[in-house]
Write a protein that binds this ligand. Sequence first.
Ligand SMILES: [Zn+2]
Length: 111
Amino acid sequence: MRKVYVATNPADAHLLKGALEAEGISAVVQGDFLWNLRGEIPLAPETSPSVWIENESDYDRAREIVAALRMEGGSPEEAGPDWRCDGCGEMNESQYTECWQCGKDRPGLGE
Ligand SMILES: [Zn+2]
């Protein structure tokens, strides 16, 4: 057994499991039952659903499938890097579409 992926939610984990099995790789999802306890226990890699393959020899292929599904890393809502406002120079987090400081639109949006 070897872990190939830590998912952010059980749906992700089962999606990958299905994709692996479609390629003939035996896979299992572990930890998805802990999902129901989220909020009661801290979320950590150990408490996230993870996908394991049964045969280590499938590992390279499994990683390719993970990459092909663009699930690499499994980080939640990876939205991109912080951006700098070209009005006031303030750094803004990626989820903002306008500067929190001066309200200027994020450069490069809607063009
Ligand atoms: Zn600004």
